[in-house]
Design a protein around this ligand. Structure first.
Ligand SMILES: *Cc1c(COP(=O)(O)O)cnc(C)c1O
Length: 409
């Protein structure tokens, strides 16, 4: 049955050619061939549930490309094909959020009685899923140290079926030796998943480093404008069928309008990331020189513990990182963090990142098991947006001013 789900698995004809193209050329062309739709540069937004068949026989045999809206439309296919090309994947599914992208991947490869190894610096809502639903379904999750590398071997059990990686880790940005972990996992026949939202496939391509399933919250940089929720899960040839079957069974799908917006975002992803990278690195280096700052958590800084792995494996950095505000007494951490955040006017206070505006928040890491966060003060996470860097520094300067003890304190 040549349903849309099969079509998503087929690599585009120009795959060989696109291997030799630069990333921005690839982003400008991936996913849609204008000659297939009257020459229009962008694909149509096809909003659909029902697809009509010409006759009963065609309906019985499903002998046409599109069957039903949940199984894909020309718009969602255009995005899936673009992501396949960027990830080097055999197939990609769209789901309604980045969180759903991780949970669907776990549901695809885990069964009752299985054991899963999940990095301790995992995106917090994934930890919640593991500790509630996966536990209820009889899957045992063990959190491992992101710096473990090949020593992850000691944690394997006969029933270990999945290893989940995320590098850099959420909020504290610890790096992982992904190829070393993947090699061990494959010796034990476990599937390796990676949440690659931070780097995007432009700066790290998980499937080239031994990962089986690459996950992105396209909500972040691919969408880029803080107005879309969407997730993608991209699998290699060995793991694709199971992923596709799971998603068809669950009935999750991406909406055509959202897929269109993310495809539109991809066209400018390369230049936006360059700007996020440059501004964030500039600000990270500037923060390192400030006496109010105890530590900057950014993988591209030579002072950062995982820097060597980042340099070995990654092609760039995005715009989100954290720093530790130096605060003497733990009792003051929260009030100082709040004073800093309230001192900001250009940076917005809000969750998520990857959009055009700069954002800040006070990181909460109470549930870490083995990768304990820095303790010299409160951890503040910054998403450096597309504004002018001097204005952002001036804003941060005002916030530092707001944290200073008043003369009578
Ligand atoms: C934001 C984020 C997600 C979740 O994405 P949503 O679309 O907001 O659900 C998953 N993983 C990482 C690493 C994220 O930063």
């Amino acid at each position: 049955m040549p349903g849309a789900e099969e079509m998503q698995g087929i690599m585009s004809d120009n795959d060989d050619e696109s291997k030799h193209q630069g990333p921005n050329t690839q982003l400008a062309r991936a996913g849609h061939d204008p000659s297939l739709y009257h020459g229009f540069i962008n694909p149509p937004v096809v909003r659909a549930s029902t697809v009509l068949f010409p006759d009963a026989k065609a309906m019985e045999a499903h002998s046409q490309k599109y069957i039903y809206g949940t199984r894909g439309t020309p718009t969602t296919d255009a995005l899936c094909e673009a992501i396949n090309e960027l990830e080097g994947a055999a197939g990609t599914i769209l789901v309604p959020s980045g969180l759903a992208a991780v949970t669907v991947a776990f549901l695809a490869y885990l069964s009752p009685g299985d054991h899963a190894l999940v990095v301790d610096t995992v995106y917090g809502n994934v930890r919640h899923f593991c500790d509630t639903m996966l536990q209820r379904f009889g899957v045992e999750v063990e959190y491992y140290d992101p710096s473990i590398g090949a020593a992850i071997e000691t944690l394997f059990r006969p029933n270990t079926r999945l290893v989940h990686t995320e590098a850099p880790g959420s909020n504290t940005f610890e790096m992982q030796d992904v190829p070393a972990i993947a090699a061990i996992a494959h010796q034990h026949a476990a599937v390796v998943t990676m949440d690659n939202t931070w780097a995007t496939p432009l700066y790290f391509r998980p499937l080239n480093f031994g990962v089986d399933v690459s996950i992105q919250a396209s909500t972040k940089y691919p969408a880029g404008h803080a107005d879309v929720l969407l997730g993608t899960v991209s699998a290699n040839a060995q793991t694709w069928k199971r992923l596709r079957q799971t998603n068809n069974a669950l009935g999750f799908c991406g909406a055509a309008d959202d897929a269109y917006q993310v495809l539109r975002g991809l066209r400018t992803l390369g230049i936006r990331l360059e700007r996020h990278q440059e501004s964030a690195l500039d600000i990270a280096k500037w923060l390192e020189t400030r006496e109010e700052v105890a530590r900057v958590l950014h993988p591209a800084l030579p002072s950062f513990p995982g820097h060597d792995i980042w340099k070995r494996d990654f092609k760039g950095t995005s715009g989100v990182f954290s720093f530790v505000l130096g605060v003497e007494h733990e009792a003051d951490f929260k009030s100082k963090a709040q004073a800093f955040l309230d001192g900001l006017t250009i940076f917005g206070l809000g969750y998520s990142w990857g959009g055009f505006p700069s954002l800040a928040l006070h990181v909460s890491l109470d549930d870490r098991k083995v990768a304990l966060p820095p303790s010299e003060g409160p951890i503040l996470r910054l998403q450096i947006g597309l504004e002018d860097v001097d204005d952002l520094k001036a804003d941060l300067q005002r916030a530092f001013q707001a944290v200073r003890p008043k003369p009578n304190e």
